[in-house]
Write a protein that binds this ligand. Sequence first.
Ligand code: TYD
Length: 199
Amino acid sequence: MFISFEGIDGSGKGTQVQLFLDYLKRNGVDFVYVREPGGTPVGELIRSVLLSSQNMIPKAELFLFLSSRAQLVETVIKPALAQNKTVVADRFADSSVAYQGFARGLGVETVKWLNDFATGGLKPDLTFYIDVPVEVALSRKKRLDRIESEGEEFLNKVRQGYLELLKDEPERFVFVDGNASELSVHRFIIEEFEKRRRK
Ligand code: TYD
């Protein structure tokens, strides 16, 4: 099973991914955890470029994310799935659609198509989208990286982009209300995971 976590910066996604991984460990699930951008030596180099560079144009940014993703799919995700492992991804292709396709205006359909090319059409079986209002997200973040410092308007667009994606693929996505307490969000995620796992 391939599971991804999505959400805007400050949605609490990182915390929820960690709690989810702890749950898998306690339950003896054989899993591989990956994060985007990154997750491979090539990807980590790309990550540091993405998070620190100034004046990068949106297309250049997109191709770096896609490049990191292509490497990750081929060298980590596909081999793990082939060994029947559970793969947990902190962000995947949907991030590019919401951030670059929708918020940066490169076009949702274009980015979807490029994602398909980069991943060979691989999609998560299950995607937890953690939703919080942008004001809540911003109040949680102390240090902002380059993309996060785009501010409120940008993150509002990203959020809108995610919500559009959910409408298109209601079966793959689980909408998670990230405004609740850490523990109740975690419990909800586990319930949904167990429902799907048993299917
Ligand atoms: P990161 O520090 O990993 O943020 P988070 O902990 O919130 O996941 O930084 C990743 C940043 O890159 C984040 O602002 C989202 C952005 N991003 C894109 O714009 N497009 C993408 O395809 C991906 C994977 C991430």
